[in-house]
Design a protein around this ligand. Structure first.
Ligand SMILES: *[C@@H]1O[C@H](CO)[C@@H](O)[C@H](O)[C@H]1NC(C)=O
Ligand SMILES: *[C@@H]1O[C@H](CO)[C@@H](O)[C@H](O)[C@H]1NC(C)=O
Ligand SMILES: *[C@@H]1O[C@H](CO)[C@@H](O)[C@H](O)[C@H]1NC(C)=O
Ligand SMILES: *[C@@H]1O[C@H](CO)[C@@H](O)[C@H](O)[C@H]1NC(C)=O
Length: 459
């Protein structure tokens, strides 16, 4: 019996090896896959507190969209990057010798930036509280005339005096709620662990050395000990795009359910993707095309086609999901946003159908910010809740478990963790709670998103 199992597993290893080899041959110069543990932190003592901050952040996001003077001009910087609550963090080792810094992993923005300090004698800086460029022999700011500098959004070439030797490339990155980070766009060596456990040193990672950081989503309590943001967006300066040139132009992660105790470890994988994981059990992977919105090139858009509740298709006009000529609308997959936000018309139908189908008694009072809360105090284990499913582009069906869209806000009370996008011209967001327990692969090469409920717990 055991030998059979062994040989089966060896067989699968061989298959995997073959796949990996194929990947290696496909992805030019790909040597291995990167594997970075993702940590989850919730800075708030109660979910409702966390979520009221999430509301705040996104409502600002959408009002920022509305406020724009010229509706056809889309800033690529609108992001769920702000880090209100329930975020996933990744440890980046940067510099020579390496300095370790905790960053928020964000698929809703591009720039990688870290808080920097120019101190020479940094004995008053606790370790890992900021990046200390003067303590690194490989730090080098880009000159403002460097082509890399032009990859920044709103790069001000007119301010560049290229005859001057010391004229660094300045960046100013603005998030959804107006929070900003600014400083010098630079390059550094990073030290990364590959899937096989070996360390790789990668030269010339472009990143922002942030000296001025302000606003609630990138400083203070809400930032929760993070020292910067690792942008994983689709644009040229994101971490995944930069490393994709070396490791294969795809990345994947699995956000584990952080309400479990002890919390399981999630990983961010650069390169390789689903096939690099030891998922051997006829893992069913669904794929849906990633769409490009030229006016918001940072975001990973997918096409929602319809929603069902307990198998019944909701009467939502398909135009509700479309990206219009001004670049508004559409649905974005964002690791930097906690809840899921649906276009108002779709949300109303989901709320109506879930309310009709839910068999549990209503909670005595609604948790602020939610429209539907049920009393689960009498339920022994898993309460029976309506099944919400999303049919997405290419016929794939995203079928999350109820805990991805019903959240225990107070003991014994669960609320529908989906909200309406406010205002007519925002976009829908599949937040990180909805993504939990799924292995997601953002394959930029094939322009598709793969998802699977198998293989998450594996290293
Ligand atoms: C650095 O600062 C510490 C304490 O602030 C001091 O004791 C030490 O002499 C300083 N070193 C140098 C090289 O300035
Ligand atoms: C550019 O820098 C050079 C050398 O510092 C200086 O002579 C020149 O006036 C500067 N040009 C502008 C437009 O500031
Ligand atoms: C593989 O599938 C079998 C049958 O569906 C199941 O019993 C087993 O637990 C699965 N193994 C893994 C590693 O998922
Ligand atoms: C839930 O129901 C129980 C009785 O079934 C009641 O005692 C409790 O107050 C209810 N809680 C809420 C928040 O509605």
């Amino acid at each position: 019996m055991q030998t059979t199992m062994l040989s089966v597993s060896t067989f699968f290893h061989l298959i995997l090896l073959l796949f990996s080899l194929a990947d290696l041959l496909n992805a030019a110069a790909a040597a291995d896959y990167l594997k970075l543990p993702l940590l989850h932190k919730n800075p708030f003592s109660s979910p409702s507190q966390a979520l009221s901050s999430d509301t705040h952040r996104l409502s600002l996001l959408f009002s920022a969209l509305r406020r724009r003077p010229n509706p056809t001009l889309k800033s690529p910087l609108i992001s769920g990057a702000s880090t209100g609550s329930g975020q996933y963090f990744v440890d980046l080792r940067i510099g020579t010798p390496p300095q370790s810094l905790l960053l928020v992993a964000d698929t809703g923005s591009d720039l990688v930036w870290v808080k920097c300090s120019a101190c020479r004698n940094c004995s008053h800086h606790p370790p890992s509280s900021a990046f200390l460029p003067r303590h690194s022999s490989s730090f080098s700011p880009f000159h403002c005339f460097d082509p890399h500098c032009r990859l920044l959004p709103h790069a001000p070439p007119h301010l560049c005096n290229h005859t001057r030797l010391h004229s660094p490339c300045r960046f100013l990155y603005t998030y959804a709620d107006g929070s900003t980070s600014s400083g010098f766009f630079s390059k550094e060596t990073t030290t990364l662990k590959t899937l096989s456990g070996s360390e790789t040193r990668l030269k010339d990672l472009s990143f922002g050395c942030g000296f001025r950081i302000s606003g609630p989503s990138v400083s203070g309590a809400q930032f929760n000990g993070a020292r910067g943001v690792m942008g994983l967006g689709r644009g040229p300066i994101s971490f995944s795009t930069q490393l994709g040139r070396r490791f294969g132009n795809k990345f994947s992660y699995c956000l584990m359910d952080y309400t479990l105790s002890p919390p399981p470890t999630s990983y961010l994988m650069i390169g390789g993707g689903l096939r690099s994981l030891p998922v051997t059990n006829a893992t069913k992977i669904s794929y849906t095309p990633l769409l490009i919105n030229p006016l918001s090139p940072t975001f990973y858009y997918i096409a929602v086609k319809s929603i069902t509740v307990d198998g019944v298709k909701l009467p939502i006009n398909p135009t509700v999901w479309a990206i219009d000529e001004q670049g508004n609308g559409g649905t974005v997959v964002d690791s930097g946003t906690t809840l899921t936000y649906l276009a108002e018309e779709a949300y109303k139908e989901v709320l109506k159908a879930v309310r009709q189908r839910v068999k549990l008694p209503a909670a005595a009072e609604l948790t602020p910010g939610f429209d539907l809360c049920v009393n689960v105090s009498k339920e022994s284990q898993r309460p029976s809740l309506p099944r919400v499913r999303f049919r997405v582009g290419n016929g794939a069906v995203f079928a999350p478990p109820a805990r991805n869209y019903f959240l225990e806000t107070v003991e014994g009370v669960m609320c529908l963790a989906i909200r309406a996008v406010e205002g007519g011209n925002g976009f829908s967001v599949i937040g990180n709670l909805m993504q939990q327990g799924f292995l997601l692969e953002f394959d930029k090469e094939a322009s598709r998103l793969g998802f699977s409920r198998r293989g998450c717990g594996l290293p």
